[in-house]
Design a protein around this ligand. Structure first.
Ligand code: FAD
Length: 526
C-alpha cells in the first residue's frame, strides 16, 4: 500500500517520465531542466528512498517467544498492520504448542487440545469455520446425552439410569442457581466464592465416598472441564462460562491425520513463507530456540537463548503458558514488577491428562449414547471419565481416559506400565462380567513435567478479581504478553489463545504506530 502511495507521488512520476524520455532519446523538458544523468541520480535516490521507506513501513522489530496458537496469531495480526520485521523463537522443533498430534498404534491422536468448544450458539467461535470449512478437518460432535445410562459401579455393572438422571438433574439445578448467584455477586459488591461454597449454600454436597455417583457427576461437570476441583474454581468468573454462553453448548472432537495443529500451520502460512508441501520455511520462524533471558529498557529489548544467541528488538511478545511464567525458565532483567509477579502467581495452571489405551479387542459397549462413560470410584477423580473412540478411529480398539490435577501429577511421576496396570484393574472391576484383556499399548502425555508447558491450561481460581486478571495481559515496558491465560473472556481454550494473540498484538500496534503506550486496566469498581 505504501509503495503504491509512493509511486503516485508527483515528484516520482516526473522523474519516471524524465527517465523514460532520456532512454527513448527524446529531449528532456527544459522546464524541468534535467540532464539524463541528473534524472538517473534522482530516480536512484528516489528508488533508494522508496526501499528505505518500505523498510520503515515494516515498522519496529518484534520478537515473539513461542509458536503456539497465540504467538502465531499475534504475528499474523502484526504483519497485517505492516509490522513484518519479526522473529519467532520457539523452544521445540515444531509449531502448535499445546495443539499436538501423536501417532498412537497407527492412528493420529491429539495429546493436547482435541475439541472445538462452544459451537452452534449465538456467536461464531472463530476456530470453528477454520476447522470445519477452510481446512475441513475430520470432526465429530460429542454426545453426552446418554451419560445417565453409563455410570459404572466400583463393583461392576452400571447404576440405575433413573437414579443417575435424578442426581444429574439435581447437579444441573444447583449449577443454574450458581449462575444466578454469580450474576448477583458483582452488583452487590460481594466477594467471589468457590463453586464448592456455592454448592454448600444450595445444600448440595457431592463430595465424599458415600456418594460416588454425585461425586463423579460433579467431577464430570467441573474437573473434566477446568482440570481443578470446585473447591478451587471461581464461581463469579466461571459460572456461567463465557465460551458456552457466547458460542453455544456443542463441542466437536477433531480427529484428523493433519492434526488440530493444522489450524496453527494454516494461520502461520498466511504470513510466513511456506514450501510446496506447506511447511513453513520462513527464516523468521526459528525452531529449537529456548529463550532463557529477556532484558528490557526504555530503548529496546535483548533476548538470549540457551544456545547463547542474542536477539535485539524494539519489543518482545511473550506467549508462553502461565505455567512457564511461574517457573524460572525465562529470567526477566530487570525483574518483573510486583503487580505482574502477583498476577502471574495467583492464577492457576491446571493439569488435564488424556491417557490413550489400546486393546487387542473391544469389550466395552459402543454406538449411540455410549461414547462417554463414567467410573464412580470412591476415590475422587480416579480414572473417572472414559470415551470410546470407535467413530473417530474405527477398529483401532482405543479408549481415552482422562485424569486431572493431583491424579495427573501422580501419574506423570510413575511408569507407564504402572498406569497401564491400574487402568486394566479399573476396567476389570467396571466390566466384571467380561473377559478384559491386557492393554497392548498406552500413551501418557506429561504436560506438567514438560518445562515448556508446566501444565495444560489455565483455570481461574477464587481470589483473583477481574482487575488482577487483566494485569496478566498488561505489558511491562516493551515486554508484551499473550497466550490463552491472557484472553479477555476465554482463558483455557484454543479460541482464547487465538483471540488473545490478536488483542495483545493490537496493544503493541497502538504503541508502535500511534505512540499510545499506556495500557489502561479498568479499575476494580469501574
Ligand atoms: C491436554 C490438553 C487438552 C486441551 N483441550 C482443549 C480442548 O479440547 N479445546 C480447547 O479449546 N482447548 C484445549 N486445550 C487448551 C489449548 O490447547 C490451549 O489453550 C492453547 O493451545 C494455548 O495456546 P498458547 O499459544 O496460549 O500456548 P502454547 O500452545 O503453550 O504456546 C506457547 C509456545 O511457547 C513455547 N515456549 C515455551 N517456553 C519457551 C521458551 N523459553 N522459549 C521459546 N519458546 C517457548 C512452547 O513450546 C509453545 O510452543 C487443551 C490443552 C491441553 C494441553
Amino acid at each position: 500500500e505504501l509503495s503504491a502511495q509512493l509511486l503516485d507521488l508527483p515528484v516520482y512520476k516526473q522523474a519516471c517520465e524524465a527517465e523514460r524520455n532520456s532512454v527513448s532519446g527524446r529531449p528532456v523538458s527544459t522546464r524541468r531542466d534535467m540532464t539524463p544523468t541528473a534524472t538517473t541520480a534522482l530516480v536512484l535516490a528516489l528508488t533508494l528512498a522508496h526501499h528505505a521507506s518500505l523498510a520503515a513501513a515494516a515498522g519496529p522489530r518484534v520478537i515473539i517467544v513461542g509458536a503456539g496458537m497465540s504467538g502465531i496469531s499475534a504475528g499474523k495480526r502484526l504483519s497485517e498492520a505492516g509490522i513484518t520485521d519479526l522473529v519467532i523463537l520457539e523452544a521445540t522443533d515444531h509449531l502448535g504448542g499445546r495443539m499436538r498430534k501423536h501417532n498412537f498404534g497407527g492412528v493420529s491422536v491429539e495429546i493436547g487440545a482435541n475439541w472445538v468448544e462452544g459451537v452452534n450458539g449465538g456467536k461464531m467461535n472463530p476456530i470453528w469455520p477454520l476447522v470445519n470449512s477452510t481446512l475441513k478437518l475430520r470432526n465429530f460432535r460429542s454426545d453426552f446425552d446418554g451419560l445417565a445410562e453409563n455410570v459404572y459401579k466400583e463393583t461392576g455393572g452400571v447404576y440405575d439410569r433413573a437414579y443417575v438422571q435424578k442426581r444429574l438433574d439435581r447437579a444441573n439445578e444447583v449449577e443454574e442457581g450458581g449462575a444466578k448467584l454469580s450474576a448477583k455477586l458483582r452488583p452487590s459488591g460481594q466477594d467471589d466464592m468457590s463453586i464448592l461454597a456455592m454448592q454448600r449454600l444450595n445444600n448440595h454436597l457431592p463430595n465424599g465416598p458415600a456418594s460416588p455417583v454425585d461425586m463423579i457427576l460433579d467431577y464430570f461437570k467441573h474437573d473434566y472441564e477446568f482440570a481443578e476441583p470446585p473447591r478451587v474454581t471461581s464461581l463469579q468468573n466461571v459460572v456461567p462460562l463465557a465460551t458456552f454462553r457466547d458460542f453455544g453448548d456443542d463441542v466437536y472432537f477433531v480427529a484428523d491425520k493433519r492434526g488440530y495443529e493444522a489450524v496453527v500451520h494454516h494461520l502461520a502460512g498466511q504470513y510466513l513463507e511456506a514450501d510446496k508441501a506447506r511447511n513453513i520455511v520462513d527464516p523468521r520462524l526459528q525452531l529449537n530456540k529456548v529463550v532463557r533471558e529477556i532484558s528490557y529498557s526504555g530503548s529496546g529489548v535483548t533476548v538470549r537463548t540457551e544456545d547463547d544467541k542474542v536477539y535485539k528488538a524494539d519489543y518482545v511478545m511473550v506467549s508462553t503458558s502461565v505455567g512457564v511464567l511461574q517457573s524460572d525458565l525465562i529470567q526477566f532483567k530487570p525483574r518483573l514488577p510486583a503487580w505482574k509477579v502477583l498476577s502471574i502467581y495467583q492464577f492457576d495452571m491446571a493439569v488435564y491428562t488424556k491417557i490413550f489405551v489400546k486393546f487387542p479387542r473391544k469389550f466395552w459397549p459402543e454406538g449411540k449414547g455410549r461414547e462417554f462413560f463414567l467410573y464412580a470410584s470412591s476415590r475422587r477423580g480416579y480414572y473417572g471419565v472414559w470415551q470410546e473412540l470407535e467413530a473417530p478411529y474405527p477398529d483401532a480398539n482405543v479408549l481415552l481416559v482422562t485424569v486431572t490435577d493431583e491424579e495427573s501429577r501422580r501419574i506423570e511421576q510413575q511408569s507407564d506400565n504402572q498406569t497401564k496396570a491400574e487402568i486394566v484393574e479399573v476396567l476389570r472391576s467396571m466390566f466384571s462380567g467380561e473377559d478384559v484383556p491386557d492393554a497392548t499399548d498406552i500413551l501418557v502425555p506429561r504436560w506438567w513435567s514438560d518445562r515448556f508447558y508446566r501444565g495444560t491450561f489455565s483455570n481461574w481460581p477464587i481470589g483473583v478479581n477481574r482487575y488482577e486478571y487483566d494485569q496478566l495481559r498488561a505489558p511491562v515496558g516493551r515486554v508484551y504478553f499473550t497466550g490463552e491465560h491472557t484472553s479477555e473472556h476465554y482463558n483455557g481454550y484454543v479460541h482464547g489463545a487465538y483471540l488473545s494473540g490478536i488483542d495483545s498484538a493490537d496493544i503493541l500496534i497502538k504503541c508502535a504506530h500511534k505512540r499510545m503506550c499506556k495500557y489502561h486496566i479498568p479499575g476494580k469498581f469501574d
